[in-house]
Design a protein around this ligand. Structure first.
Ligand code: ARG
Length: 469
């Protein structure tokens, strides 16, 4: 049991207490961030004359050798240490002796862990942005290829009006685009360095906080030391944004599961992204989509957990805050793997365009257009709505679609019908005429696709500043 304190204690910590308190099993993930933070800290300490250049050089060499040995698998971050911070410091002192004891000058684990977590989350915000961008590429590619792939649009999961696959996918493009905008917002708001806040009240050493902030690629130092050590808002914002990404992925998954069902058969998920049944040989299941839908709950759980942890914490640092890590890490891992797998599944999925078009033609998706046809012939819309409703009832009774009705039968419902009606209610016309901004018509869709392409070109993925790895 190696810990960083003990002077004022007369007894050893109870083993169960030590284990309960320890965080090394999960904060070892912050190893690189911890070393990077320490490298910046000692560089600044020497610049300010708080450490000598020799002491700084010795600490830097020691930290770099620890970094290398851990990365090469020669040094294990093991459970003899309370947390990752103790691990690094104890190993440094082992390697370089007394100079190592000066690393923690003007620093507390409170501002240290606040920094580590922020660096880790900042990097993950960029990873998430990159994964979202890759998903958007696949979505846009499908849009470009399917400008005239007709399918039914639904409300209440009832066929409503015909749309195109490009238009349907365009909705998801907008959702994931907003998710990227959230990553950008979070990055900008979180990108301030808490190191130098000390335990809660700053320090008496003449630290240069701007220097540390700039060495670590932050826009500047945080402004209040008590807030610096007790703020986890950025993590909550990130969790909320990941929960929203998962909600989007889950809705999309739900649609794919429906489209992939035996009844719909709009899509076929690639063999490489499907699974079979141990008993039913005919089965090919959409497990990836189902798992993405299922894992959404974990990410919501992480958000709820941290919100609840934070709500009763008086200023400043309290040990409750150690609970910010495990579920947040799990949420980051979950969201990243779902984005990756979902993108892979989407890019290999095949569309059954024939079945989609037939489905769009059935179910009276052109009923609104038939009413609009009568409006163009000067029938008031409310009357037209009633006439078409009666026609639909008649068709259901006969087991036919509207376009299968002979003109003379249509005329028994309203004498304004003419032979141009068939053209007016064809699938193509129904979609084509919807060219208001944001609609599925060819011209509107062309503009939408152009705007999406321009957006992707203008917005390369965010990259976190390069730090020592
Ligand atoms: N493991 C702790 C955490 O994650 C590090 C900070 C410890 N600070 C303290 N005052 N005990 O929050």
């Amino acid at each position: 049991m190696a810990q960083l304190w003990g002077g004022r204690f007369t007894k050893e910590t109870e083993k169960a207490v030590y284990d309960f308190n320890a965080s090394i099993s999960f904060d070892k993930r912050l190893f690189h961030e911890d070393v990077n933070g320490s490298l910046a800290h000692v560089t600044m300490l020497a610049k300010q004359g708080i450490l000598t250049v020799e002491e700084k050089d010795s600490i830097v060499a020691g930290l770099e050798s620890i970094l290398k040995d851990v990365d090469d698998g020669k040094l294990l971050i093991d459970h003899r240490y309370e947390d990752v911070h103790s691990f690094v410091e104890a190993n440094l002192i082992d390697r370089i002796g007394d100079a190592g004891k000066k690393l923690h000058t003007g620093r507390s684990r409170n501002d240290q862990v606040a920094l580590d977590m922020r660096l880790y989350a900042r990097n993950q915000v960029c990873v998430t942005d990159q994964l979202l961008r890759e998903l958007l590429e696949v979505i846009l590619h499908t849009m470009e290829e399917n400008r005239d792939t007709y399918m039914p649009g639904f409300t209440h999961l009832q066929k409503a009006q015909p749309v195109t696959l490009a238009h349907h996918y365009g909705a998801y493009f907008e959702m994931f685009k907003r998710d990227r905008q959230r990553m950008q917002d979070i990055y900008e708001r979180m990108n301030y360095c808490p190191l130098g806040a000390g335990a809660l009240a700053g320090t008496t050493y003449p630290l240069d906080r701007d220097c540390v902030a700039s060495l670590l690629g932050f826009a500047g130092p945080t402004l209040n030391s008590m807030d610096s050590v007790s703020d986890r808002d950025y993590l909550l914002e990130f969790l909320a944004a990941m929960a929203t990404i998962m909600m989007h992925l889950s809705r999309f998954s739900e649609e794919i599961i429906i489209w992939n069902s035996n009844e719909y058969q709009f899509v076929e998920i690639d063999d490489a992204y499907s699974t079979g049944s141990s008993i039913m040989p005919q089965k090919k299941n959409p497990d990836i989509a189902e798992l993405v839908r299922g894992k959404t709950g974990r990410v919501y759980g992480a958000l709820m957990s941290l919100l609840t942890t934070m709500k009763g914490i008086p200023l400043a640092y309290n040990k409750d805050m150690q609970e910010d890590k495990e579920m947040a890490f799990d949420a980051m891992d979950t969201c990243a793997s779902c984005l990756k797998l979902f993108t892979g599944m989407l890019s290999t999925m095949k569309f059954r365009k024939d079945r989609m078009a037939v489905s769009a033609m059935k179910g009276f998706t052109n009923a609104t257009d038939l009413a609009d046809y009568l409006v163009a012939k000067e029938v008031p819309f409310r009357d037209a709505h009633g006439i078409v409703g009666r026609i639909v009832l008649h068709c259901i009774d006969q087991g036919i679609s509207i376009e299968e009705m002979p003109l003379k039968d249509l005329r028994t419902f309203c004498d304004r019908f003419d032979k141009d009606v068939y053209q007016a209610i064809s699938l193509e016309t129904c979609v084509e005429k919807r060219n208001t901004v944001g609609g599925p018509g060819l011209i509107a869709m062309e503009n939408e696709i152009k705007a999406c392409r321009a957006y992707l070109n203008d917005r390369p993925a965010m990259k976190a500043p390069e730090l020592t790895r």
